[in-house]
Write a protein that binds this ligand. Structure first.
Ligand SMILES: NC(=O)c1ccc[n+]([C@@H]2O[C@H](COP(=O)([O-])OP(=O)(O)OC[C@H]3O[C@@H](n4cnc5c(N)ncnc54)[C@H](OP(=O)(O)O)[C@@H]3O)[C@@H](O)[C@H]2O)c1
Length: 280
């Protein structure tokens, strides 16, 4: 079984980002609302990694009691501020805040997560210059390990807008590291394991610790575990450890998809900077 480690791939991407940041001033603003603990950990990681590669990172930590309009007002200020290269709003937001309205308020050319409807629309049309960080990171991982998607059957479990849905668009586009046939599964999918057992590449992005069983894997399949959960002080994925005995290749947790998410987010910032420079 081949372990698809994300860390070396992330290092390579981060080196390129650092090289770009030596020549250009880049600033990433992160909006965090409330006290959701995993979000605080992710945000700290993004801040640290940004500073490491020479990107100025600014945290706007808002109280969980702010309303949608207050978050949008901050986004509008950042949209107008020429010092800001790009921003992200850490998800999930508290339930009373409209995620859709907040994401739509971000200027598409400052949308480092690629979650604005305009950018997702470009992705759907196969015209995107960047993609949300996690699915793009998965494509970088496959590319690094020489795992072609051409003509393969990729079964993606989870149709979330951060991972599953944009990944389905990326892997099925008519391009290098696309051209896969996609099955996108969710809670209404019947006979899930019958479908996943047909996958050459199986991606689990569901958000349930150690949920996906070895019964859902055909021997030799490539398995991408996107989940990250803390269980009894240890990080685990969405996939059960037994899967390692059947899969042909598997991403570890930690050290698989996670490092690539941060690296691709920062790489997105360099792409935004290039676009902004062209528009000036
Ligand atoms: N490693 C990283 O850097 C990274 C980055 C981002 C996210 N993540 C992780 O990736 C996972 C997915 O994130 P997300 O934001 O896409 O999640 P999400 O928006 O909550 O989506 C979860 C998806 O899983 C599906 N699902 C839940 N239970 C299922 C079941 N029993 N059978 C089939 N499908 C089921 C849901 O189906 P319905 O649509 O029918 O509800 C939904 O489409 C989470 O664990 C998250 O922590 C990791």
């Amino acid at each position: 079984m081949q372990l698809l480690k994300g860390t070396p791939v992330a290092h390579k991407i981060l080196e390129e980002v650092a090289e770009y940041a030596r020549l250009h001033t880049l600033r990433l603003d992160i909006i965090l609302v409330g006290t959701h603990e995993p979000s605080q950990i992710y945000v700290n990681h993004k801040l640290r990694q940004a500073e490491k590669v020479g990107i100025h990172a600014v945290l706007h930590h808002l109280s969980e009691h702010v309303c949608t309009e207050e978050v949008i007002s901050l986004i509008q200020q950042l949209n107008q501020d020429p010092a800001v290269t790009g921003m992200i709003v850490q998800l999930p937001l508290p339930g009373h805040i409209s995620e859709e309205a907040v994401l739509e308020a971000i200027s598409p050319i400052k949308d480092a997560d690629g979650l604005h409807p305009y950018n997702l629309g470009l992705l759907a049309q196969g015209r995107a210059q960047w993609a949300p960080a996690t699915p793009w990171g998965i494509v970088e991982l496959l590319l690094h390990y020489g795992i072609s998607t051409e003509g393969k059957h990729a079964v993606i479990v989870g149709r979330g807008k951060l991972v599953g849905t944009p990944l389905a668009l990326l892997l099925s586009r008519p391009a290098n590291y696309g051209n896969a046939t996609i099955t996108l599964c969710h809670t209404h999918t019947k006979n899930l394991y019958e479908l996943t057992r047909q996958g050459d590449i199986v991606v689990i992005a569901v958000g349930k610790p150690q949920w996906f069983s070895v019964e859902g894997i055909r021997p030799g399949a490539v398995v991408i575990d996107v989940g990250v959960h803390r269980e009894s002080g240890k990080l685990v994925g969405d996939v059960q450890p037994m899967v390692a005995h059947v899969a042909g290749a598997l991403t570890p947790v930690p050290g698989g998809v996670g490092p690539l998410t941060v690296a691709c987010l920062l790489a997105n910032l360099t792409r935004l900077h290039r676009t902004q420079s062209r528009l000036q």
